[in-house]
Design a protein around this ligand. Structure first.
Ligand SMILES: Nc1nc2c(ncn2[C@@H]2O[C@H](COP(=O)(O)OP(=O)(O)O)[C@@H](O)[C@H]2O)c(=O)[nH]1
Ligand SMILES: [Mg+2]
Length: 256
């Protein structure tokens, strides 16, 4: 697998800007994909809150292994770190998210929260969930939100949507394919076929039943004239189905 990295100049600039925006905020909401709670966290973003209250939101609960998510929540609780797991598209989740947030913002007449996370973590979805309507633009690809934007999600609660920021260097090939598979890296930055092989190997090691790319391509009819497989297009479709939960709920990294 070719190395996968993505840290364009606008991310370095956004990081500097975030520090200023955090100073204007009462609460930091750190959105993390529940399937990759280790590689899906940018330590610089985790540190950003400093002494301010921080809420960790494990997003995409619906796609992750519920036992592992529960273990993560216990681990956060043991550290005294507020955390909730949510499906950004469900009403019940929204309620829990709001309760946790209002608890942290207690005492503020007008609470300001800033939402941070890596690209495609689900930051804009969290804001829409809080607002109960589509205020922030949501898209299934990395790098959509560029300029930070404040939203009044209810009379007492303002939330700042920000651009996703990855680490300057994704340190291991494991973290690279996981981030790419979960949508944190734009398509142009990696080869879809190359990340499926390590994923299938990982699944086999963990006794999780997933199709390999050829089987998937054949099953879904990615066949060219002359009966050869179109693994290139099949690979993008594979990634999409993975993120739609078609292979079942799974978490790519263990809890502590
Ligand atoms: N299944 C599932 N998809 C989600 C969830 N939250 C966000 N998404 C999807 O993930 C993609 C990225 O979400 P978005 O909020 O735009 O991420 P952002 O780049 O961090 O702002 C979109 O396709 C969302 O619909 C969730 O809890 N479950
Ligand atoms: Mg966004």
């Amino acid at each position: 697998m070719k190395a996968i990295q993505w840290y364009p100049g606008h991310m370095a600039a956004a990081m500097r800007r975030l520090e200023k925006d955090v100073r204007l905020s009462d609460v930091v909401i750190e959105v993390v994909d529940a399937r990759i709670v280790r590689s899906g966290r940018n330590p610089a973003l985790a540190r950003l809150a400093g002494t301010k209250p921080r809420l960790v939101v494990l997003e995409r609960e619906d796609l992750a292994n519920p036992h592992v998510t529960a273990a993560w929540l216990r681990a956060f609780a043991q550290n005294g770190e507020p955390a909730v797991a949510i499906n950004g598209k469900s009403k019940g989740s929204t309620r829990r998210l709001k309760e946790a947030l209002l608890l942290l913002a207690a005492g503020k007449r007008q609470a300001r929260s800033i939402v941070v996370g890596i690209p495609n973590a689900g930051k804009s979805t969290v804001i829409n969930a809080l607002a109960g309507t589509n205020l922030a633009r949501v898209e299934n690809r990395a790098g959509v939100t560029r300029a930070p934007q404040w939203f009044r999600v209810e009379p007492r609660l303002d939330v700042l949507d920000t651009a996703g920021i990855l680490v300057p260097k994704i340190d291991t090939p494991d973290a690279q394919w996981k981030l790419a598979l979960c949508g944190a890296v734009p398509r142009a930055r990696f080869d879809a076929e190359e990340i499926i092989a390590p994923f299938v190997r990982w699944a086999q090691e963990h006794r999780i039943d997933v199709p390999d790319l050829s089987a998937f391509a054949r099953e879904r009819g990615f066949v060219r004239r002359g009966n050869t497989l179109d693994t290139h297009n099949a690979a993008w479709s594979y990634i999409k189905e993975f993120n739609d939960g078609a292979f079942g709920r799974m978490t790519l990294e263990p809890a502590p």
